[in-house]
Write a new protein. Structure first.
Length: 472
C-alpha cells in the first residue's frame, strides 16, 4: 500500500502497464492518451495517479507546479513528485463542456509543455477533438463495436502529427475481454472483406465463435519455468519496460500480438465475383423493399415516403401536382456467356419500378391513348451511354450480343405520354456474370488512410505497441 492507504497500480496488470507506458513516454517527451468506456475506471485511474510518484529523474513540468512528498504531508524523506491534475494529466468525459474540451485539447497539444497524459471516456471523447500531440494511445477496454475504438485511435491521426503513433490494446487474459476482442477481429475482417475488397484470413473458426461466451479455464502454470517475453514488435519503449525488472511488467504481460496481423491479407477467404454479384443484388432487393424518401419539386426540404414500384409521387401538400420520378436501379440478375457464342454474353435485367397504369393509381391513364414504356441505355467499358431499343413494355428484359470480356453498366428511364423521367442510377459494373466490385464513385475512396500525418504503427494491437497485449 502507498502512503495514503490507496491501493497501488500493482493490483491490476492493465493499470500497472498503462502507467508504466505513460511514465516512460513522458521521460522521452511523448504524450499519451488512455481511453476507457467506463467513467468509473477513469475515477480509479485518477485516484491511483494522485498517489503514484513520478520517476525520480523526471524534469517535465517541474516549473508547472509539481508538488513534493513533504508538501503533501510526507515525511522528511526524499522529495517526490506525484501526478497532479491539470499540471500532469487531464480528464475528458461526458460531464466536460464543449468549450472546456477545446481548451483542454489546446493545452494538451502544446509541444514542449503542458500535461503529458489525457484520460478520455471512449464514448464522449472519441469524436470532434484533435489530439495530434499524442504519439501513444492506450485502449484500456475493448468495445463490441470496433468502430468505437477506431474513432478513438483516430484522434491522433490529424494534421500536425509529426510522430510515429503506437496504439496499445490491453486485454485481461482468460476473461470476457478476449471474447469481445475476437468479435472485433471478426467484424473488422468482414468489413475489410466486403467493403474494402480485401482478402483476410479467418483467425477464428466457427466453433470458436459459437463458444464465444464460454470462459476458458487457464491451465496451471509453473512459476519456476519463467521465460523472457519477446514482444516480436519494433517498439523499444515497450521492450525496455518489459525487460526492466524494477517495473515488474514482464510478470504481468502474458502475450504480445500485432493487431493488424489479425485481419491481414492472406488469400484464404478471398471474396469471389459470384459472392459479390449476389451481395449487390441482395442489397438492391432490400433497398427497393423499403420505403423510398422522395422529394416533391415544390417541397424539396420535406421528403415523402414512397414505394419504389410506383412511378409517380403524390405529395400530400400538392396532391394535384404528381411527379414522375426516376425509376429504381435496374437489377442485373445475370450476365453469362451465350450458349452457342463463346464471344458473346446475355444479360437479364429486371425493372423494379412499374410502368404508369390505372392499376397502380398513376395519373393521366384514363385516356385510352395513354402510353408508357421503358428506355434503356448501356455503357460499354468507360465509353458513352448508348440507347437501346425503345418502347420496352416488359419489366424483365434479356439483352443479347454483348461482347465477352467487356464491362457493362445499365440505366433506365420511364416515358409516359411523351414525358420522360430522369435516368435511374447506373447499375454496378458487370462482366460475364460478375459484379466487378463497387461502382466507380464508391471505389474512389476505398482503402484511404484517415490519418492526417505521421507514420502509424497503427492499429497496433493489444498491449505492446502494435500488439494485442494481454495482461494476465
Amino acid at each position: 500500500k502507498d502512503r495514503a492507504g490507496f491501493p497501488t497500480a500493482a493490483v491490476s496488470g492493465k493499470v500497472h502497464l498503462s502507467l508504466c507506458i505513460a511514465a516512460a513516454a513522458r521521460s522521452k517527451g511523448e504524450k499519451v492518451l488512455i481511453f476507457s468506456q467506463r467513467t468509473m475506471m477513469l475515477d480509479v485511474f485518477e485516484k491511483i495517479l494522485q498517489h503514484t510518484p513520478l520517476p525520480a529523474n523526471d524534469t517535465w513540468g517541474v516549473q508547472g507546479g509539481g508538488t513534493t512528498g513533504a508538501a503533501q504531508g510526507g515525511g522528511a524523506g526524499p522529495s517526490l513528485r506525484y501526478w497532479q491534475p491539470d499540471a500532469d494529466y487531464l480528464r475528458i468525459d461526458g460531464s466536460v463542456s464543449a468549450r472546456r474540451r477545446y481548451e483542454m485539447s489546446q493545452t494538451f497539444n502544446e509541444e514542449d509543455e503542458g500535461p503529458t497524459l489525457l484520460l478520455i471516456s471512449t464514448t464522449a471523447g472519441s469524436h470532434g477533438i484533435n489530439l495530434q500531440r499524442a504519439s501513444r494511445v492506450i485502449v484500456f477496454d475493448a468495445s463490441w463495436n470496433p468502430t468505437n475504438d477506431l474513432q478513438a485511435v483516430f484522434r491522433t491521426y490529424r494534421y500536425g502529427q509529426r510522430r510515429e503513433v503506437t496504439v496499445y490494446r490491453l486485454l485481461a487474459s482468460n476473461t470476457m475481454e478476449e471474447k469481445v476482442y475476437k468479435k472485433q477481429v471478426l467484424k473488422q475482417g468482414m468489413a475489410s472483406r466486403v467493403m474494402e475488397l480485401r482478402d483476410v484470413e479467418r483467425r477464428y473458426t466457427r466453433d470458436e465463435m459459437a463458444r464465444v461466451y464460454e470462459l476458458d479455464v487457464p491451465a496451471e502454470e509453473d512459476d519456476e519455468d519463467e521465460e523472457t517475453l519477446e514482444t516480436m514488435l519494433d517498439d523499444p519503449l515497450l521492450q525496455g519496460i518489459i525487460d526492466d525488472p524494477t517495473t515488474q511488467c514482464g510478470r504481468w504481460c502474458k502475450e504480445v500480438r500485432a493487431h493488424d496481423t489479425m485481419v491481414e491479407r492472406s488469400g484464404y477467404d478471398e471474396i469471389t465475383a459470384d459472392e459479390m454479384a449476389d451481395a449487390h443484388l441482395e442489397y438492391h432487393r432490400s433497398l427497393h423493399s423499403a420505403p423510398r424518401n422522395a422529394r416533391c419539386p415544390k417541397c424539396k426540404l420535406f421528403p415523402v415516403q414512397h414505394t419504389w414500384t410506383r412511378p409517380y409521387l403524390f405529395c400530400p401538400r400538392h396532391p394535384g401536382q404528381p411527379v414522375l420520378l426516376a425509376p429504381a436501379v435496374p437489377e442485373a440478375q445475370d450476365l453469362s456467356p451465350a450458349p452457342n457464342e463463346p464471344n458473346e454474353s446475355w444479360a437479364t435485367l429486371k425493372f423494379v419500378t412499374e410502368l404508369p397504369s390505372a392499376s397502380n393509381n398513376s395519373p393521366y391513364c384514363s385516356d385510352p391513348s395513354s402510353k408508357a414504356w421503358y428506355e434503356l441505355q448501356i455503357q460499354e467499358d468507360d465509353g458513352p451511354w448508348v440507347a437501346q431499343e425503345k418502347a420496352i413494355k416488359s419489366s424483365i428484359v434479356r439483352k443479347k450480343h454483348l461482347q465477352a470480356g467487356k464491362v457493362y453498366r445499365f440505366r433506365v428511364r420511364i416515358v409516359h405520354n411523351g414525358n420522360p423521367s430522369a435516368w435511374s442510377e447506373e447499375s454496378a459494373p458487370l462482366k460475364h456474370g460478375h459484379v466487378l466490385g463497387v461502382s466507380k464513385q464508391a471505389g474512389a475512396g476505398a482503402g484511404q488512410s484517415p490519418a492526417g500525418g505521421g507514420t502509424a504503427t497503427a492499429n497496433t494491437g493489444a498491449v505492446p505497441a502494435q500488439g494485442q497485449a494481454q495482461a494476465q
